[in-house]
Design a protein around this ligand. Sequence first.
Ligand code: LLP
Length: 418
Amino acid sequence: MHFFQYRDNTLHSEDVSVGAIAREVETPFYLYSYGTMERHYRVFDSAFQSVPHLVCYSLKANSNSALVRIFGRLGGGADVVSGGELFRALKAGIPPSKIVFSGVGKSAQEIEYALEKNILMFNVESSQELSAINDRARQMGVRARIGLRINPDVDPKTHPHISTGLRENKFGIEFGEALSAFNLAKSLKNLDVIGIDCHIGSQLIEVEPFVEALKRLKKLVRTLKQEGIEIRYMDLGGGLGITYQHEAPPHPTEYAQAILQETNDLDVALIFEPGRVIVGNAGILVTRVLYIKRSSQKFFVIVDAGMNDLIRPPLYGSFQAILPVVRRKGKEIVADVVGPICESSDFFAKSRTMIEPKAQDLLAIMSAGAYGFVMSSNYNSRPRVCEVLVKGKTVSVIRERETYDDLIRGEKIPEFLK
Ligand code: LLP
């Protein structure tokens, strides 16, 4: 459920017409609905209200400071995967005691930064990383709280690029190696082993793979207990999918029910790292039609946003709904919706049936709140677009559009070229 609805055939975000914002900030731009984010966060969080738990919003889905602040205010923590995300989470006011640090390749510098800030837990992905964290903690005279990310070898049945819990994936510690890794962790003097973690993939539209992974983790928790290792936190990662087109992912309450059924006999606090399910359908990318071109083969709707602004369709073959900002009757065409970038992979939709738009019309590329702006780039020297947040009638620019000067900021001309 989201707050992007038509009123009098004009698309609105909450109480503001999308067209009015476009006149104000120009196109393209990302537009987020505060109410949608708040609702998604609350629905997810309250689904687990009967047990001790922490929702660590996964910054990688959308790390704009204003958005992270929203989830912090609602009581959320943060899942970070880099020093940069840790910096953002702290700046947005997330308490370190609610931050978990995941990722296969944490650098020495990132480990030190997180230790300095005394975050809740590192989700560790290899034995070498255990030693690296232990060494750094010893040098700093502190103890590091850690959990081990286990690769449960469960097929999440999602796109191969976003599967992470199969044995062939680079993520986590192989299930068969888990016990020895936990024992190694226990033997390292500057580590406190407090957690177990898994994340099997993203955009999951069935509950079974989650339950399957959880069952495997549960087994391990029992064995660990026998070995004298008490697990206090079970981090089940993120991954709950959303509807882009016809998918029918489990509702968060359904997902919670399935999980709670499996964990009621465990004495652990649960951690979740949702990203997409919170912000995915809370954001759209608004773009303007520049030209309509008709070749002998098909129609091309050429818009002013490009794959540098939203790369999901070419990268994952993902479907993004595209809606007219002003809905009207007209001829139906089958068109490719493409951007201005010099690559054939610069498209938002292929062979899409739509009412023929006119040049200067606005289009809304839906479900773009997660993995949209954060994956954008300056390819073709295109300034990154601005981001706007709507709350009721209030419109706030939460990131300015980049300028041409921003494009060359930090570049230097060597002496011999001056
Ligand atoms: N935790 C970990 C350890 C993760 O690797 C991820 C996502 C999440 C949490 C959040 O997952 P979510 O709830 O958003 O599914 N760029 C791709 C998605 C990559 C996801 C990477 N990891 C896309 O646009 O579909």
